[in-house]
Design a protein around this ligand. Structure first.
Ligand SMILES: Cc1cc2nc3c(=O)[nH]c(=O)nc-3n(C[C@H](O)[C@H](O)[C@H](O)COP(=O)(O)OP(=O)(O)OC[C@H]3O[C@@H](n4cnc5c(N)ncnc54)[C@H](O)[C@@H]3O)c2cc1C
Length: 409
């Protein structure tokens, strides 16, 4: 276990500064344009691929940082640059993690390279779980996957929604129901290879924020994928379903649920770190503005009403980062999340980002309300953090259930 320290080591500082440079020089200057265009910023993704930021290797390196701080540090810097563009850069990672977590070595080796493409021909991937009637309530999922024994193929039918990179992805990872009796334990994940007939993009959403990130419905109509596209393979699925049926009969199921919860606790701090990046960006703009903008013959920061807001903003951001770092450190060191510390970090950081970006608009006055200054965009972007990867209400539910052991509804 790494020794406890509040300081990043030299290697981490080097990576952080490198990412910060990319965020400042490449992402930030492109942010307003791609927000207005509401399109995937392919040239920026390509730049990121050229320097090695858009690649599985980079995230794997950060993931295996023994302090746990590699991923949150990377997320904070990239999202400090711009949330929409950064999500376009890291969105593929969501699908890649789905394959890494459940796939066989062969599946990992076959599909992950196709998710990223290469610097001359970048590709993206999508992770499709949410549905129109199954958002927070994942167990209500309707997309079905039926095994066709004669052809050794799975046949997928259903409609996914809110998929980041949905429809424009080279590879889609789709979660579907294979045994409706088992609720969320009867789900499995499938690779849908490039250009598979039957998969199409539904509506592309026009969003409030993170508009440089593509979000769309994905329609699956008799999509046939080879048996080898079931992540983890059929044997493992059959064993897992048999265990789940046994447990259901015996009235159990806690162990499976706990394993899924532990995965979420480990992944949520990364979203918290994105929120810290956006909050920090807005705070920095507000601090700079407050020290230079003069009213009544003095900088507006001379007023406690403004200065105290900035003090509160910075305090909340630092507190959010500490919660994110603690949960990330716990995840990498295998510490049990006995108080749902991962959910706690996501809850606090995302609420902080929403609040701090709003305060930044207030400090910039009329300018803050226009697209001449970036805090307006940052405030729109920040609203996503309390919604995706589990809403704030769902985080509170998880924390309260974990603390109390009660089935709070
Ligand atoms: C921009 C964007 C990108 C996304 N990317 C992806 C992606 O790549 N892949 C993917 O699969 N999904 C993705 N999502 C989906 C996202 O995870 C869901 O939107 C989220 O889980 C919430 O589901 P919902 O929108 O259906 O809201 P609902 O579940 O309908 O919730 C509506 C409201 O009710 C509240 N609520 C619901 N249940 C409870 C409860 N039990 N107690 C208290 N309050 C409750 C919620 O907190 C929320 O405030 C994305 C969403 C967005 C907006």
């Amino acid at each position: 276990m790494a020794e406890f320290t509040m300081e990043l080591n030299d290697e981490q500082k080097e990576v952080r500064d490198w990412l910060h440079g990319f965020a400042a020089d490449v992402i930030r200057p492109a942010a307003a344009e791609w927000d207005e265009r509401e399109e995937t910023p392919w040239p920026v993704i390509q730049e990121a691929a050229k320097v090695g930021i858009y690649s599985l290797d980079f995230y794997a390196q950060q993931y295996f940082d023994p302090t746990g701080l590699g991923i949150p540090m990377a997320m904070e810097e990239l999202f400090w640059g711009d949330a929409g563009i950064a999500l376009s850069i890291v969105g593929t990672g969501l699908a890649a993690v789905g394959v890494l977590a459940n796939g066989t070595e062969e599946q990992i080796g076959t599909w992950i390279p196709q998710m990223y493409g290469d610097a001359n021909d970048v590709k993206v991937a999508a992770f499709c779980s949410s549905e129109p009637d199954a958002g927070s309530d994942v167990a209500s999922m309707r997309t079905r996957a039926v095994y066709d024994e004669a052809t050794d193929e799975w046949v997928l039918n259903g409609t996914k929604t809110w998929a980041t990179n949905g429809g424009i992805a080279n590879v889609h990872v789709v979660v579907a129901v294979v045994d409706a009796e088992l609720g969320s334990k009867g789900h499995a994940s499938f690779i849908v290879p490039p250009n598979t007939p039957g998969l199409s993009q539904g509506q592309k959403f026009k969003k409030h924020g993170i508009r440089a990130s593509h979000t769309a419905e994905v329609v699956l109509e008799n999509v046939r994928v080879p048996g080898s596209c079931l992540l983890g393979g059929k044997e493992k699925l059959d064993e897992r379903l048999a265990r789940a049926r046994e447990r259901a009969k015996a009235g159990g199921g806690e162990r499976v649920k706990n394993a899924a919860m532990a995965t979420f606790e480990a992944s949520r701090p990364a979203v918290g770190a994105m929120a810290v990046g956006t909050a920090r960006a807005a705070y920095e703009v507000a601090l700079e503005y407050a020290t230079t903008r003069e009213q009544f013959g003095r900088p507006i920061i001379d007023n406690q009403g403004v200065a105290f807001q900035l003090a509160d903003m910075r305090t909340s951001i630092d507190a959010a980062r500490l919660l994110v770092w603690r949960a990330s450190w716990m995840a990498v060191n295998g510490k049990p999340f006995t108080a749902a510390e991962g959910s706690m970090s996501k809850l606090f950081a995302s609420e902080t980002a929403k609040k701090v970006t709003g305060q930044a608009i207030q400090i910039l006055g009329g300018n803050g309300y226009t697209r001449e200054y970036p805090v307006e965009r940052m405030h729109r972007d920040a609203a996503i953090y309390t919604i995706f990867e589990g809403t704030s209400e769902i985080q509170r539910l998880v924390i309260a259930r974990t603390l109390s052991g009660m089935p709070i509804r």
